[in-house]
Design a protein around this ligand. Sequence first.
Ligand code: PGA
Length: 249
Amino acid sequence: MRRPVIAGNWKMYKTAAETRDFFRAFQPLVAGSNHCDIIVAPPFTALAAAVESARGSAIGIAGQNLHWASEGAFTGEISARMLVEAGCRGVVIGHSERRQYFGETDEGVNRKTKAALAAGLTPIVCVGETLAEREGQLTHTVLQHQFEGAFAALTPAEFSRILLAYEPVWAIGTGRTATPEMAAEAHRYLRDRAAAQFASEQASALRILYGGSVKPDNIKGLMAQDGIDGALVGGASLDPKSFAAIVNF
Ligand code: PGA
């Protein structure tokens, strides 16, 4: 049985003070929620507040990005070691906004994934096609490239520590969700890729999260699908009540 994961990606929202307010309201709503892993990924400047607020709870805190080098002259960047020291257990890698606006490549995603693994962080690796790619029947091709690029030269043991997020770009922040069937089909395809590149053991253990306009009113249908093991939630993770409703699907 794959344990569900509900992760919140806050993007560039919330100060440290707003983060503390969020946790004060959120924690009582999920205090008894032992059925899934809960992860929150705040901006770097709110990590300390999030880690401190979540201390003693099962909520894991994650970064939203990292640099693959352990240190160096890379102005504006943060390393895996720095995230670990800040109290992070995971890190989001290759989010479509990073690919789209900050030139993130499959090769960069691969280097970041390896750096995160080496530092003991859980990589939450995002893949997904654009609307033009879906309409051009290129969804599988794109997912295959992103998958193989992200996980090139990983050992099966390393791959078993990955959380994979399928986020169709056209569904992110648009209010337009993939139907549960569409999401499940993409998840099946990705699980097949895992079996092909690693082995059936890793493929069946792999947790694949769906992301893209996940809300309290569509989470149940998504989670009812066989191969959907959780959600990566953007907008709806900013409000403690709506994120708790998603956690408690
Ligand atoms: P959204 O974002 O839930 O606001 O669509 C999802 C994501 O970008 O991870």
